[in-house]
Design a binder for this molecule. Structure first.
Ligand SMILES: *Cc1c(COP(=O)(O)O)cnc(C)c1O
Length: 395
C-alpha cells in the first residue's frame, strides 16, 4: 500500500522536534549537530531570536494579503536587496524552482519585446540543479530528473561543466541566456573558477546575451559574500535566490537589472503567496544580519577554521576521504567510500551532513556556527570516519 506521504524521498529514521542554533533535538532527546541546515536553508541556525521575533510579531499583525495590494514588508525586503546587490528590481517567489521559472520567462520576454522572438535558448551545464518544476528539470537536463516526464520544456542547450569553448560554439541566433550556479550544490560542491565566471560575463556582453546566476544554494552569505558572484567581481543580469533568504520560511526571489526585467510589465507574472508579509518580515531579519560586513567577516573567519579542521580529517582518514572543496560555509568532502555510508555513519554519531553527486558529502552549516560547534563537528566527523574504516576492515 502506498504510504500516506508520497514516497519520493528515502528518509533517515530520525524525527527532529526542536532546534537551537546549530543543534537539532531528536524525539528521543539526542542532540545532533546540524551541518546541513535543511540544505542551506537555516542560514541563521534554528530558532534564531531575531527571526522568531520577526515571525511572531508579523503573525500577530497580518499573515497574508494578496499582491493586488501594497505590502510594506515586501517593499522593505526588495529595497534591502536592491541596496546590497547589482539588482534594480525584485520579484518574490516561494521556492528556488519558482525563481527558475521566472528567470526563464524573464529572459525570453526580454528578447521578445526587443523584436527578437527567436532568441529563446538558454545554455546550461551538466551537474547543475535548478529545481523540480518543468523548467527546472529541463534546464538541468539530467536523465535522473527528466526521465518519464516528457515532453520536456524545450530551448535548453546542455554543455559540459567548465567547457568554455563549448559555450562559444553553442551560441547561435537563437541564444538568449547562459544559466549557471557559481558553486554547484547538488552537483557535488563544484565551484566555477572566478576566471570562468568573468569569461562567461564577457561572452554574454559580446553576444548580447543575459547572464542568469542560480544562487539559490550558494547565495545569502553561504560563501562568505552576500552573493557568491561577488568573489569574481562580476554581476549577472538575472539572479535566482531562495533557500537561505527565508532562514527556514519558504521564500525565494528573482533579482534583475532594470534592462533585463523590462519585459515583465503588469500582468506578465504573478504569485498568490510570493512576497507575503510573514515571509518578507522574516526575510528582512535574515538580510539585516547576513548583509552586515561584520557578520560576513565572521563567516569567513569561522569557515576558514572549519576548512582547516576538515583538511586535517582528510589527512587522518585517507581510506575514507579524498579532498575538501567549496567556498565559505559551502563545503564538500569527496569520499573514497560510498558517500551515503559516510552520511549514515554521521547520523550514527549525531552529526548531520547532506549527500551530493560525485560521491560528495556536503557541509552547509548555519552561518552562525560557533568555534565550539566546529570543534564538535571535527570530533563527530572523525568518529564517523573511524566507524566507516571499521566497516571496511570487517568487510
Ligand atoms: C535547491 C535548489 C533549487 C530549487 O529550490 P527549491 O526551493 O527546492 O525549489 C534550485 N537551484 C539550486 C542551485 C538549488 O540548490
Amino acid at each position: 500500500m502506498i504510504p500516506s506521504v508520497l514516497p519520493t524521498y528515502n528518509r533517515a529514521p530520525l524525527q527532529f522536534v526542536k532546534g537551537e542554533g546549530a543543534w537539532l533535538i531528536e524525539a528521543d532527546g539526542r542532540r545532533f549537530l546540524d551541518l546541513g541546515a535543511g540544505i542551506a536553508v537555516n542560514a541563521l541556525g534554528h530558532a534564531h531570536p531575531a527571526l522568531v521575533q520577526a515571525l511572531t510579531d508579523q503573525a500577530q499583525a497580518l499573515w497574508h494579503v494578496s499582491n493586488l495590494y501594497e505590502i510594506p514588508q515586501q517593499q522593505a525586503l526588495a529595497d534591502k536587496l536592491v541596496e546590497h546587490t547589482f539588482a534594480d528590481t525584485v520579484f518574490f517567489t516561494n521556492s528556488g524552482t519558482e525563481s527558475c521559472e521566472l528567470a526563464v520567462k524573464m529572459a525570453r520576454k526580454y528578447f521578445f519585446d526587443k523584436g527578437q522572438p527567436e532568441k529563446v535558448e538558454i545554455i546550461t551545464f551538466d551537474g547543475s540543479f535548478h529545481g523540480r518544476s518543468s523548467a527546472g528539470i529541463a534546464a538541468a537536463g539530467s536523465e535522473k530528473m527528466t526521465k518519464g516526464f516528457g515532453p520536456l520544456l524545450g530551448g535548453f542547450v546542455h554543455l559540459t561543466f567548465g567547457d568554455l569553448d563549448g559555450v562559444t560554439n553553442a551560441i547561435s541566433e537563437n541564444t538568449a541566456a547562459i544559466m549557471i550556479e557559481p558553486v554547484q550544490g547538488e552537483g557535488g560542491i563544484r565551484p566555477v573558477p572566478d576566471a570562468e565566471l568573468k569569461a562567461l560575463r564577457q561572452i554574454c556582453d559580446e553576444h548580447g546575451l543575459l547572464l542568469i546566476l542560480d544562487e539559490v544554494q550558494c547565495g545569502v552569505g553561504r560563501t562568505g559574500k552576500l552573493f557568491a558572484h561577488e568573489w569574481a567581481g562580476i554581476t549577472p543580469d538575472i539572479m535566482m535566490v531562495a533557500k537561505g533568504i527565508g532562514g527556514g520560511f519558504p521564500l525565494g526571489a528573482v533579482l534583475a537589472t532594470e534592462e533585463a526585467a523590462s519585459g515583465m510589465v503588469a500582468g506578465t507574472h504573478g504569485s498568490t503567496y510570493g512576497g507575503n508579509p510573514l515571509g518578507c518580515a522574516v526575510g528582512c531579519a535574515v538580510i539585516d544580519h547576513v548583509a552586515n560586513p561584520d557578520f560576513l567577516a565572521e563567516v569567513n573567519r569561522k569557515s576558514g577554521l572549519l576548512r582547516q579542521k576538515l583538511e586535517g580529517l582528510i589527512a587522518d582518514h585517507p581510506q575514507v576521504f579524498e579532498e575538501v572543496r567549496g567556498s565559505g560555509m559551502m563545503l564538500g568532502i569527496k569520499c573514497k567510500t560510498t558517500n551515503i555510508d559516510v552520511v549514515n555513519a554521521g547520523n550514527d554519531n549525531q552529526v548531520i551532513t547532506v549527500p551530493a553527486a560525485d560521491n560528495v558529502i556536503r557541509l552547509l552549516p548555519p552561518l552562525t556556527l560557533t568555534e565550539d560547534d566546529i570543534a564538535e563537528a571535527t570530533n563527530r566527523l572523525d568518529a564517523a570516519a573511524k566507524q566507516v574504516e571499521n566497516q571496511l576492515e570487517i568487510a
